[in-house]
Design a binder for this molecule. Structure first.
Ligand SMILES: [Zn+2]
Length: 233
């Protein structure tokens, strides 16, 4: 396998973090920790009740610091360390479990819980504390920090770079993602169009499975280490 591939793009989603105990709204029938997506994951929800949204993400930020990466995160970190070709882990997850497992080449297209975005000056700040209480932006001083999480209706980060990497990819691997949320759900078609082999590792067949050359069903903590062992041969 590794003889014919050099550039790898990996897309990860909720399924890889679920095994570390991180819940997302996609697991709960449109609810995320008993909250409706419209209330806590849209700009309109934030405008309606900023205190509720800040408390919600403060709790998620606190929770994420108490969980640990699992075998799937560790296997991808090993691949990142060993792989001499280009590699990019594009994650839809807002936790830092890829990084804590040791991965370096990670792009958070939906932002990060451990980051705060200043709605006044646009700066992003590493942030592990609560945002309730309106702390001042370290750059401009405005009390305008919000969770640095891309909400529905907002543009994901670094789409130009992601499409450039998809164009160059020889192998595209999707791990633990439902294939239901765009634009990430369309990456497999872009990668195929530009000639990449496409592989899906997921608990069950997804809405996007049709587009993959190969789908393997199972837990990420089992499938990912197996696949990484194959690639590193
Ligand atoms: Zn600012």
């Amino acid at each position: 396998m590794s003889d014919s591939i050099r550039n790898i793009v990996i897309l990860t989603g909720a399924g890889i973090s679920a095994e570390s105990g991180i819940d997302t709204f996609r697991d709960g029938g449109g609810l995320w920790e008993q909250h409706r997506v419209e209330d806590v994951a849209t700009p309109e929800g934030f405008a309606r009740d900023p205190a509720l949204v800040q408390r919600f993400y403060d709790a998620r930020r606190e929770a994420v610091q108490k969980v640990e990466p699992n075998a799937a995160h560790r296997a991808l970190a090993e691949l990142d360390a060993e792989w001499e070709g280009d590699l990019l882990i594009v994650t839809q997850n807002v936790d830092d479990l890829h990084e804590r497992a040791g991965a370096k080449r990670v792009l958070h297209m939906h932002g990060e819980l451990l980051s705060a975005l200043c709605a006044s000056c646009g700066q992003r700040h590493k942030w592990s504390e609560p945002l309730v209480g309106s702390p001042a932006c370290p750059d401009c001083g405005a009390e305008a920090l919000r969770p640095d999480v891309v909400w529905f209706g907002e543009m994901p980060y670094e789409m130009d770079r992601i499409y450039e990497e998809l164009r160059r990819a020889d192998l595209f691997v999707s791990i633990g993602t439902s294939g239901a949320v765009y634009p990430a759900a369309g990456f497999v078609r872009d990668a195929r169009e530009f000639g990449a082999h496409t592989l899906e590792l997921n608990l069950q067949r997804s809405e996007g499975s049709y587009w993959f050359d190969e789908t393997r069903k199972g837990r990420a903590s089992e499938l990912v280490p197996e696949w990484v062992a194959e690639v590193l041969g």
